[in-house]
Design a protein around this ligand. Structure first.
Ligand code: IYR
Length: 223
């Protein structure tokens, strides 16, 4: 690495409009095949694929380049079991008391409930933590900027990278997720952001018959 404060950006690849159109369409056609999966096979994942996808996530734009994230990859059976037990405790309270009638109604098409067998069945869990502050190598504390936004963007990158690598994911958000600090032995300044379940769909995996909004519904063009 050079010591220059700024270096020329030479990685930009100019494209013809036709090619831009083609690539944007191809990408949309690929990403629209991504589905949140709740039925996983127990087939193991090559760990190097996960490592590459996390490297891709780590390229996300973020506040003051502080990269306020930690990705904890769990393939250990006993830890996955412990996470399932703790998540199901929270989910039981969520589904029986915390969630409003309206919220449960909104979840109905997804068919979710308090049972989370995929936390044990899937080969890999990635717990994503957002750092409110970080500890520098000299032991000093450093405030992080836009940590939630940054980690959200990095998580998006990760989900896309995993989809592109031929894997499926479930963005799981047991709430509250404080148990992840305990189970995974993470410092208090790391806040659990979400738990990504990663693997392959089981043979008979099904997905809810739901649809994405049209362009008109999600975008306005002001010229
Ligand atoms: N965390 C619960 C409930 C849940 C909430 C939303 I918003 C979802 O899109 C899906 C589930 C669960 O995982 O079951």
């Amino acid at each position: 690495m050079s010591n220059l404060k700024f270096i020329p950006y030479t990685d930009f690849e100019p494209l013809k409009e036709e090619e831009m159109l083609k690539r944007s369409k191809e990408f949309y056609n690929k990403i629209k095949k991504r589905r949140t999966i709740r039925h996983f096979s127990n087939k193991e994942i090559p760990i190097d694929v996960i490592k590459n996808c996390i490297l891709a996530a780590g390229t996300a734009p973020n506040g003051a380049n502080m990269q306020p994230w930690s990705f904890v990859v769990i393939t250990n059976k006993a830890i996955k079991q412990e996470i399932r037990t703790e998540a199901e405790k929270e989910e039981h309270i969520f589904y029986s008391t915390r969630a409003t009638e309206k919220w449960l109604e909104a979840l109905e098409p997804l068919g979710t409930d308090e049972r989370k067998p995929f936390l044990e069945e899937a080969p890999c869990l990635i717990a994503i933590f957002s750092k409110k502050t970080d500890v520098l190598p000299n032991g000093e504390k450093a405030k992080q900027y836009y940590a939630q936004e940054s980690v959200g963007i990095a998580t998006g990158f990760l989900i896309v990278a995993l989809h592109n690598a031929g894997l499926v994911t479930l963005t799981h958000t047991p709430s509250p997720m404080g148990f992840l600090n305990k189970v995974l032995n993470r410092p208090v300044y790391e806040k659990p952001f979400l738990l990504l379940v990663v693997g392959y769909p089981s043979e008979n995996a099904e997905v809810p018959n739901i649809h994405k909004k049209s362009l008109n519904e999600i975008a306005d063009f002001i010229e």
